[in-house]
Ligand binder design. Sequence first.
Ligand SMILES: [Zn+2]
Length: 330
Amino acid sequence: MERYARQLVLPEIGEEGQSKIIEGSVAVFGLGALGSTISEALARTGVGKLRLVDRDFVEVSNLNHQILYSEKDIGMPKAEAAVDRIKKINSDVETEGEVVDINPNNIEKLIEDVDMVLDGTDNMEVRYIINDACVKYEVPWIYTAVLGTYGMSLNLIPEKTPCLRCIIPEKPSAGEMETCETAGVLSTLPRIMANIAATEAIKFLTGISMRKELLTVDIWNSDFELTDVERREGCRTCADRDFEFLQSEGAMTTELCGRGAVQINPGEKVELDLTTLEERFESSELKGENLIKVYLEDYTLNIFKDGRGIIEGTEDSKKAKSLYSRYIGN
Ligand SMILES: [Zn+2]
């Protein structure tokens, strides 16, 4: 308990609250700028169990805003690098990393046996999948979004508060919204929004009710605004309990915006033997337990144990698919 001395003297937490935090379990989805800070904050606060989920690997351009990673992690799956770092910060935290793309087939397993989910994904498609699953299984989650100098945070508790679809009924179509690539993000913003979400999570774990309003932040002008939100009558997800996004197949290919890369989903459950794969290629490199990089002349194939591929060097889905089937199979 010595580690948490400064929290123990807080009337908001105290010994009883700290014990509840230690018993708590949280899944963090997405380990970029938001997810890194959320995970670190929760680990330092003493949350007993963290499930850290991310589909990607660390790139040099991540190092200026994603606080869990350092140069030695470049090329490693983020979930693995994050677990390593969190264990060094607080070895009492039970930490598990999941190197997967969150989709309708694995979401139920990912939210199983956690008290709540914190969103660091920065991806609307995935958020609707999270929303459906969290409403269906009554798991509270916290939505956080950042863009430019603006941030947004909303606590979503099934049956008690609106769900994401009460607020944004239809998923914005591709190109309709600005992305972090087109609008940029001020580097101070994700940390602030992540710490706001982590604070709400700590309140929830200690049994104190979370903020009900939608928080919008204009960090450039230090403007914080709270807006009342209500459950929407006829909401497809929380009123009709029609979980559309859990039934969707999920895309076979996803262009990774601003990365010059395409992600390929195998479309079936596979577990690749990466060591065998390594022997097959002249120039390849294992990166941790879940990823192999295969270097071709013009492309790099990042092949994950779960069969996913991130093909660097093209934004053309067809090209990426054909490289995947030529070198990996299928
Ligand atoms: Zn709803």
